[in-house]
Ligand binder design. Structure first.
Ligand SMILES: NC(=O)C1=CN([C@@H]2O[C@H](COP(=O)(O)OP(=O)(O)OC[C@H]3O[C@@H](n4cnc5c(N)ncnc54)[C@H](OP(=O)(O)O)[C@@H]3O)[C@@H](O)[C@H]2O)C=CC1
Ligand SMILES: CC(C)(CO)C(=O)C(=O)O
Length: 313
């Protein structure tokens, strides 16, 4: 990665779930100033002492600099970069809490799953302040401050929304890479988001509805047929909207799911914890983009409805 003029030193991570915990731990291990923010205080205490403990394909322990339960606190002594690692459903609230954060040299990264999450942030904060990431690891929380990384398919991807923020995207990618969270700057983030989301659109809701793990839904011939139909629908919608998934996408997606083994994706973790899910940002978006392009999406509509039926009312 070439030299960049943007050298952020101070970070905040909103969301102390497994994904936020992992970013915070890698940045803290790299010696950066990290504030971890979550509305659940029990998730924060161990991040300070004894530190966030990662196990699995990456294993180490690292202490963050400080914690807070209020996003507003981040505005008092603003960090250079805020990573958003909450579920997409929390975005409207977080975007409005961060209003006023944007300024010279300050950026917000959507480090999440889901289609168009960056646009929700940009609507409030302005496109020049927002970057989009694509996260390529799988993880589960074991207990507060203790996270298992089931797999880590480096690299992750990052892009600015506004060309003026390219140096920032390069600088943040360099910091993450130096810390061990290899991140590549791309100018095709929308394609990367769709590559990840079409896979999320089959494995996440299929596991959420059935309670099965990723390898189980591939190995069972009945659920495999549904996975197959969901991927093919997603591919058709992506193509009709001119997102490129790359050649050999179908076998890539099937292998990715199979190789994850007995891993529970985040949507199944949400259903088990009786939380709202991100299905509207994944299958719901495929349905929306399908409608726009005249592509029928009966499988995505059906599975979205089934997941919604499992959400708390
Ligand atoms: N788990 C995984 O393997 C992967 C997940 N992802 C994606 O990463 C994102 C984060 O996932 P994950 O870590 O599993 O999410 P979690 O829901 O486990 O963690 C998010 C945390 O943020 C908290 N939170 C919600 N709203 C706010 C708020 N306004 N201010 C501060 N904290 C808040 C949540 O609290 P509460 O629970 O009370 O709402 C929760 O503790 C999602 O988009 C997910 O799809 C991407 C790759 C892999
Ligand atoms: C890739 C996978 C399945 C990893 O857990 C994921 O993105 C999720 O759980 O939402």
């Amino acid at each position: 990665m070439g030299e960049t003029s943007y050298c952020p030193k101070k970070f905040a991570v909103i969301g102390a779930g497994p994904v936020g915990g992992i970013v915070a731990a890698f940045l803290a291990k790299g010696g950066y100033d990290v504030t971890l923010c979550d509305i659940v205080p029990e998730l924060l205490a161990p991040a300070l002492e004894p530190g966030i403990l990662l196990e699995g394909v990456d294993s180490f322990q690292a202490r963050v600099t400080r914690t807070t339960t209020r996003v507003d606190d981040l505005l008092e002594d603003p960090p250079d970069v805020v990573f958003i690692a909450v579920k997409a459903t929390a975005l409207p609230l977080i975007a409005s809490a961060l209003e006023g954060f944007a300024g010279e040299g300050r950026y917000v990264v959507s480090w999440q799953n889901g289609i168009d999450t960056e646009l929700e942030l940009a609507q409030v904060l302005g496109p020049q302040a927002v970057l989009r990431g694509v996260v390529n690891f799988g993880c589960v929380p074991l207990s507060p401050g203790h996270i298992r990384l089931a797999f880590h398919h480096r690299p992750h991807y990052l892009q600015e929304l506004d060309p003026q923020a390219k140096e920032a995207a390069l600088g943040i990618s360099r910091v993450l890479t130096d810390c061990g969270l290899d991140t590549q700057h791309t100018d095709q983030i929308a394609d990367m988001v769709w590559r990840k989301s079409v896979m999320n659109a089959c494995m996440n809701p299929m596991c959420a509805v059935t309670g099965m793990t990723m390898v189980e839904i591939i190995n069972d011939p009945i659920t495999f047929n549904l996975v197959d139909a969901l991927i093919k629908e997603g591919i058709a919608v992506a193509r009709a909207n001119e997102f490129s998934l790359g050649s050999g996408y179908y076998p890539y997606a099937i292998n990715y799911i199979k190789n994850a083994g007995n891993h529970k994706p985040s949507m199944l973790q949400d259903v088990e914890a009786k939380r709202r899910t991100e299905v509207d940002y994944i299958n719901g978006k495929i349905v929306e983009y399908g409608k726009q392009a005249g592509i029928p999406t009966p499988y995505n509509s059906m599975i979205r409805g089934l997941v919604k039926a499992l959400e708390p009312k």
